[in-house]
Ligand binder design. Structure first.
Ligand code: AMP
Ligand code: GLY
Length: 438
């Protein structure tokens, strides 16, 4: 199809997820140029396709992004980050007739408004923890005072960079956590008090075209900053795809959840086009929804996208044109493990690491069965410098988790940050390693 060649794709993301998208679009025979807003200085590392970044823009810089689309004659935009969905970037791009992957503001409400999402789940009979929506400090405190002592999650309803869910081991702690919500400002004007579920978490991903969906894979993230799941919650310190937790029975439940969710969104005239992310928890063999996100996970995208054999440009067209039922997704069935290289101090205060030199990148690139994706990284002259909390990722692939994690850590061992400012977890994938050995 000669008319299909020479396409320009725009991606809105600055981190490792954006880098994995660049890598995959770069492999497409249809794509000639990739524009990333804001991107980072490692975006070109895995592809020969031309990559142009706009580091001074934000993913929410709507008018500038629309101008870029016109000037660069963008054929397809991939709205990959939550805050761009919330501000309605997809809606605006559709108005100027750009083909878009990524939900409208209305469909994406399933992520950016957790209170709305829980009520949606209730209306559609989707498995969730018990919850109470509150709009004042007093309302939540009065509620907790009437409950028998229990453990809870206190959650800002709006987007809070993944930090808006506060655990409370009893009612008194719950009251303290309600007071702490003030620090999230507008995002926590409405908040939720949820029953604390205990189980094992996973992330599942579906491509959705407004009516049909294809369940493309799962990953198991490690959200806490330190080994043994200790310390603060982060954006993600590493994950495994596909985790052994996902048995046939769990897959069946996930498929049912996606089907009911898509149907519910259609019923409410919020047709969903893009990647839908189910954050789930398995409690005694049953899947509960912790949250939905309106995008790929980061770092989950970096372990699932490389395993998809299809041309991503064609997949994205099918999503946007409502033609997923014509498509069969093929995967390579390899296990992938990703490890996050973070700045020491992340996620609390990594100011001491900012601007420090990163070593080992050129040695780490091009090793078979391994990929490297950049995130909080900046190039100045010949040097790569720290420019964020999560700096880069190493991904290893193999026939099982042991092989995949060995490769990811072999490459990580080549990386260091000036003055000992590198931090990474050394136990990514431990659950599946134990499951394999039992
Ligand atoms: P969220 O911001 O909703 O993604 O929540 C962040 C993390 O908090 C999740 O990945 C879970 O580990 C935990 N979490 C949130 N809600 C609950 C809940 N109701 N029960 C147990 N854990 C939860
Ligand atoms: N890795 C978790 C997220 O992307 O929200």
């Amino acid at each position: 199809m000669p008319g299909m060649l020479g396409k320009t794709v725009l991606i809105t993301d600055g981190g490792g997820r954006g880098a994995a998208l660049v890598d995959k679009y770069g492999q497409s025979k249809y794509v000639k140029k990739i524009i990333v807003v804001p991107g980072n200085d490692l975006m070109q590392i895995n592809t020969k396709t031309q990559v142009k970044i706009f580091p001074d823009l934000k993913t929410t810089s709507i008018s500038e992004i629309l101008q870029i689309c016109k000037k660069e004659k963008v054929d397809l935009a991939d709205v990959a980050q939550d805050n761009a969905v919330e501000v309605g970037l997809t809606n605006e791009l559709e108005k100027i007739n750009i083909t878009v992957v990524g939900p409208t503001r209305e469909a994406g409400q399933i992520e950016w408004d957790k209170a709305w999402a829980r009520e949606f789940m209730e209306r559609n009979n989707l498995p969730s923890p018990a919850f109470k929506i509150c709009t004042s400090e007093r309302e939540g405190m009065d509620f907790l005072k009437k409950q028998k002592d229990s453990s809870w999650f206190i959650k800002a309803s709006g987007l809070a960079e993944g930090k808006g869910a506060l655990p409370a081991r009893n009612n008194a702690e719950g009251i303290e956590k309600i007071k702490q919500l003030k620090s999230f400002g507008k995002a926590a004007q409405t908040y939720l008090i949820e029953e604390w579920l205990v189980g094992e978490e996973f992330s599942a991903f579906a491509l959705c075209d407004g009516k049909d969906f294809i369940f493309v894979g799962c990953a198991q993230d490690h959200k806490r900053v330190n080994n043994f799941d200790q310390g603060e919650n982060t954006g993600g310190m590493g994950c495994v795809s596909n985790p052994l937790l996902i048995t046939d029975s769990i897959k069946k439940q996930i498929n049912t959840i996606f089907r009911k969710t898509i149907n519910g969104l259609i019923k409410e005239k919020r047709d969903y086009k893009g990647v839908l992310y189910l954050g789930g928890m398995v409690v005694l063999g049953k899947v509960y929804i912790i949250e939905f996100n309106a995008r790929w996970g980061d770092p989950e995208a970096q372990v699932i996208l490389p395993g998809i054999k299809n041309d991503l440009y064609k997949v994205s067209l099918a999503i946007s044109n409502g033609k997923l039922n014509n498509l069969k997704i093929k995967t390579d069935h390899l296990v992938r493990v990703i490890v996050t290289a973070a700045s020491k101090g992340y996620p609390v205060d990594y100011s001491k690491a900012k601007g420090k030199k990163i070593f080992g990148i050129s040695e780490a690139v091009g090793i078979k069965g391994v990929s490297l994706y950049g995130a909080g990284i900046k190039r100045v002259g010949k040097d790569y410098l720290v420019n964020g909390g999560r700096v880069l990722y190493t991904v290893g692939s193999g026939k099982n988790v042991i092989e995949a994690r060995m490769k990811a850590y072999q490459v990580m061992s080549l990386i260091s940050i000036e003055e000992n400012n590198l931090h990474y977890r050394t136990d990514i994938g431990w659950r599946d390693v134990e499951r394999m050995r039992n």
